[in-house]
Design a protein around this ligand. Structure first.
Ligand code: XEN
Length: 364
C-alpha cells in the first residue's frame, strides 16, 4: 500500500504526495476580493511541498460569507485575483484546490480574533443570514436567520454552480464543497436546524436534497476529469452519533451517485455540543466511511505526526491527509515529515533554490 509520500491520482489529476493543506479561513479579503495577503500566503504553503493546497472557504454569494473578510467567487471580478493564486500554487508543484461554501445561519460574524459573534444590526457591514429554518444557533442569539424560500434555495444552488464555473475559469483543478461545520448545507442535513415541511425537510432524503441536488448541478459544469469533493460533517457529538454517522454514510451513497469523487470527513458543528478533542480522532470514522461508501477519503483534526499519517495511508484508512495548523506553524513542514520518514534527500520536497543548499552542504 502507498504511503504519505507516494503520488495520488484521482480522475485526471495526480498529486505529488498525500499531504494536503486544509482550507483555513484568513478573513483578509475585501468585498470577496484577493488582497496582498493571499498570494504570498498560498505561494509559501505550496512551495512547502504538499501535494494539494486547498484555498480557504470561498463564498458563493455575499450573504454566504462567514465574515465580511471572506473570499468570494460570486462575480467575475473575483476570478483574476484567485487565478493568480491558483497559478502560483501550480507553479510551485502543488495542485490548486479551493473550498466553496455558504455559511447559512453562521454568516455575518466577526473573525474569531474579534470574538466571532454576529455583527450587530447597527453595524453598516451587517446583513441578514439565511438558513433552512428561522432557528437560532444559540437560544439567546439576538436575531434569527431568515427561513429560505424555494426561490432562495434555487438561487443559492445556482450560485454554487456559477462559482464552480468561475473556479474552473480561475485555473483550480480540485473543488471541495463545504458541507460541514454547521454552515448552510450541513444545516439542511441537521435534525437540529432543519424544521422545513417542504421537500427539503423532514425525512433524511429530504434533508439531503439540497446537498445531492447541488453536487449534481455543480458536476454538470465542473469537468469530469477534475475531482469534485465535499467536506461533510458526519459526527455532531450530540449524543446521537450512531444515527448521524449512519445517515451520513447513506447520504454519501447518493452524493457519490450524483458525481462526488472523494469525501473530506469532518464534523457537523451544527450545535455547540462540546467536542471530545483527541489526536487523530476522525481517522477511524473516515476509515469506516471509506469502507462503507467506497469513496476515497481525506480527513483532518489533530493529525500532527508524520509517521502516524503515513500509517493511516499505508493501512488504507485514508487516501489523503489534511493538515492545517501544522502548515500554519511551518509551511515547510512537509520537509520535516520527509525527514521523519527517512526519505532520501528530504529537502528536495522543497523548490531547488532552497533544496540545493539544505541538502548539499553539511549543516553544523
Ligand atoms: C465550527 C467551525 C470550527 C472550525 N472553523 C471552521 C471554519 C470553516 N471555514 O470551516 C472557519 C473557522 C472555524
Amino acid at each position: 500500500m502507498p504511503g504519505l509520500f507516494d503520488p495520488y491520482t484521482l480522475k485526471g489529476i495526480t498529486l505529488r504526495n498525500r499531504l494536503a493543506v486544509s482550507p483555513m479561513c484568513q478573513y483578509m479579503a475585501r468585498e470577496g476580493l484577493v488582497t496582498d495577503w493571499h498570494l504570498p500566503h498560498y505561494t509559501s504553503l505550496a512551495r512547502g511541498g504538499a501535494g494539494l493546497v486547498v484555498v480557504e472557504a470561498t463564498a458563493v454569494s455575499p450573504e454566504g460569507r462567514i465574515t465580511p473578510g471572506d473570499l468570494g467567487l460570486w462575480s467575475d471580478a473575483h476570478v483574476q485575483g484567485l487565478a493568480a493564486v491558483a497559478r502560483s500554487i501550480a507553479d510551485a508543484g502543488a495542485v490548486p484546490g479551493i473550498q466553496l461554501g455558504h455559511a447559512g445561519r453562521k454568516a455575518g460574524c466577526t473573525p474569531p480574533w474579534e470574538g466571532g459573534a454576529p455583527l450587530p444590526k447597527a453595524d453598516p457591514a451587517h446583513w441578514e443570514p439565511i438558513a433552512p429554518s428561522a432557528l437560532p444557533l444559540i437560544a439567546e442569539q439576538p436575531h434569527l436567520p431568515r427561513a429560505m424560500t424555494g426561490a432562495d434555495i434555487r438561487r443559492v444552488q445556482q450560485d454554487f454552480v456559477d462559482a464552480a464555473q468561475r473556479t474552473h475559469d480561475a485555473g483550480f483543478q480540485w473543488l471541495e464543497l463545504h458541507f460541514a461545520h454547521g454552515f448552510l448545507a450541513q444545516s439542511f442535513l441537521s435534525k437540529h436546524f432543519n424544521a422545513r415541511d417542504d421537500a427539503y425537510g423532514g425525512s433524511l432524503e429530504n434533508r439531503a436534497r439540497f446537498l445531492v441536488e447541488t453536487v449534481a448541478a455543480v458536476r454538470q459544469v465542473w469537468p469530469a476529469s477534475l475531482p469534485l469533493t465535499a467536506r461533510l460533517g458526519v459526527l455532531e457529538f450530540d449524543g446521537d452519533d450512531g444515527m448521524n454517522l449512519a445517515e451520513s454514510i447513506e447520504v454519501l451513497a447518493h452524493l457519490k451517485a450524483a458525481g462526488l469523487d472523494l469525501v473530506d470527513v469532518g464534523i457537523g458543528f451544527s450545535t455547540l455540543s462540546p467536542v471530545p478533542w483527541a489526536p487523530n480522532m476522525l481517522v477511524p470514522v473516515a476509515e469506516r466511511v471509506r469502507r462503507e461508501t467506497g469513496l476515497p477519503v481525506a480527513t483532518s483534526w489533530l493529525i500532527t505526526d508524520a509517521k502516524e499519517a503515513d500509517g493511516f495511508v499505508r493501512k488504507g484508512q485514508l487516501d489523503l491527509v489534511m493538515f492545517a495548523r501544522r502548515f500554519l506553524d511551518n509551511p515547510h513542514w512537509t520537509q520535516q515529515a520527509a525527514r521523519a520518514l527517512d526519505l532520501p534527500k528530504p529537502s528536495w520536497v522543497l523548490p531547488s533554490p532552497y533544496a540545493y543548499w539544505l541538502e548539499n552542504w553539511a549543516t553544523p
